[in-house]
Design a binder for this molecule. Structure first.
Ligand code: SAM
Length: 476
């Protein structure tokens, strides 16, 4: 395989670790080999070792047109998910703090030129109220979201909000992990976020295609492609070792984005010894003044499923996330191919979790799955998954390479599985409807036997009993 000379995964420069020429050559190579049974067989044999694939290899699988091999790709993705993540699905909710924004992103209704969308920013007491509402639903893990606006949403505001969120202890509730999705910032600010105890720092690249990136971000600080693309390097240097990648599918061709995502993952692994903690899979949705049909690179549900399966195979240890941008039907279709986290009961409006809140018009995008968290939990169980509210790894210091080692050594059945069952039990005791509780208790009984180590199984059983008696927050 001919390699592009500018491409260097160890480089600090975005244009070298995401070298356009390397992506173009990769896509050409994949196109030329999409029916090359010998090569695809070799790649699949390597993939079956479950150690991951290079971006070039994964791109060949993404393009593969041979039906029999495509069936193997989907099957292998399911096997890898089962091996490293089991049947657990972790649940979270987004919390929109403020939609003030100075950027000009053409796909986002928060863009600065949108003069009619209500601009809202929550006070600390409003945030506390939202957090109580989220805790009353049963959430333990949030993704904090905000527009970029140095005047309205400075880092001090984000830090104070994180503090408020962690500080609310309402009934048996607690938010135990706050992930943060805010605009690219400085090493100094990442240090402050790290000190505030954030979980994952999430930043969507939106698109890896620099030319498209520049036309889709015509104004504001986000228009600087290199500053945005190098953000995780700064976050890592500041001590944040769990970072979450993503592209907004629909902005550029999915093949380009897929190659870019994997090259970004390879860069982080090469440079910092730890790949991305998560990859998110958002697709453009209708929103205030945004018409998704105006973006010509939209992908079908089948292509979406193939991207998810090929990502699972390429980066077996990375968590994979889909949000309520996707409908129940799409989620049902793709979860099995590698998704490990989903949001539930989400609102994308600022202040949207108030009980009986009228839609205040501040939403970032239309949600396609409007079910309550309880309905999502029950649905997951009906599909054979164990809904999990676990936050143990991060709280036990298993982040970055320590998490990856943990995942690779497959300790999940001895740790993650009991943790999932115990956090599900907390949910059932405190928040579930009678029907969900009945189904959940039966599921826990059936799943306990799968904990391999006898002593862990016994301790887990004791903890489950204590949760029933009112104790909370056990973990392995
Ligand atoms: N302002 C921060 C930034 O620029 O990175 C935070 C991100 S924003 C709150 C969360 C993400 O929503 C964006 O990164 C973008 O990918 C996605 N988004 C924006 N407009 C969207 C739309 N119309 N449909 C679906 N997702 C959208």
């Amino acid at each position: 395989m001919e390699k592009c000379t500018k491409y260097n995964k160890f480089s600090d420069k975005a244009e070298e670790f995401i070298a356009d020429e390397e992506i173009v050559q990769t896509l050409q190579f994949a196109e030329e080999h999409k029916n090359d049974a010998g090569l695809i067989e070799d790649i699949l044999q390597k993939a079956e070792e479950m150690q991951g694939l290079s971006h070039r290899e994964a791109c060949v699988l993404l393009d593969c047109e041979i039906e029999e091999y495509n069936a193997r790709i989907f099957q292998l993705a399911e096997e890898i998910k089962q091996k490293f993540y089991g049947n657990r699905i972790v649940l979270f909710a987004p919390l929109y703090l403020s939609n003030y924004c100075v950027n000009g992103c053409v796909y986002c209704p928060y863009h600065a030129k949108n003069k009619h969308i209500p601009r809202l920013k929550m006070t600390q007491s409003e945030i506390a109220e939202q957090v109580r509402a989220l805790q009353d639903m049963g959430h333990k893990r949030l993704a904090v979201e905000a527009g970029e606006d140095p005047k309205h949403n400075p880092i001090e505001y984000i830090l104070e909000s994180i503090d408020t969120i962690y500080g609310i202890k309402h009934k048996n509730g607690a938010i135990r992990r706050v992930n943060v999705n805010i605009a690219a910032t400085s090493v100094e600010n990442y240090r402050k976020l790290h000190k505030a105890g954030i979980g994952t720092y999430i930043l969507f690249q939106e698109t890896y295609d620099k030319r498209n990136y520049e036309s889709l971000h015509p104004s504001g600080p986000k228009s600087d492609y290199a500053y945005h693309t190098e953000a995780f390097d700064r976050a890592m240097r500041a001590g944040i070792d769990d970072v979450g990648l993503g592209v907004l599918f629909g902005l550029s061709t999915y093949r380009y984005e897929f190659a870019g995502l994997l090259m970004h993952a390879e860069h982080l692994e090469a440079k910092f010894g730890v790949g991305p903690h998560t990859i998110s899979f958002p697709r453009i949705k209708r929103a205030d003044d945004i018409d998704p049909t105006a973006f010509s690179n939209a992908i079908s549900d089948d292509t979406f499923a193939k991207i998810i399966a090929c990502t699972r195979i390429a980066v077996p240890y990375t968590g994979m996330i889909i949000s309520t941008r996707e409908s129940k039907a799409v989620r049902e279709k793709v979860i099995r191919y590698g998704i490990s986290q989903i949001s539930g009961g989400s609102k994308t409006t600022v202040g949207g979790y108030e009980t009986n809140a009228a839609d205040n018009g501040s939403a970032q995008f239309e949600v396609s799955d409007n079910r309550s968290l309880d309905e999502v939990v029950r649905w997951l169980m009906e599909l054979g998954y164990v809904p999990s509210f676990c936050t143990a790894c991060y709280r036990a210091g298993r982040t970055g390479d320590r998490f990856m080692e943990f995942c690779k050594s497959q300790q999940i059945l001895n740790f993650c599985h009991p943790n999932a069952l115990m956090t599900l039990k907390e949910y059932l005791e405190d928040y579930a409807t009678a029907e969900t509780k009945k189904a959940g208790d039966a599921l826990i009984r059936a799943n306990i036997a799968q904990i391999p180590r006898g002593n862990v199984r016994l301790v887990c059983e004791r903890y489950l009993h204590e949760i029933e008696q009112g104790a909370r927050d056990f973990r392995f």
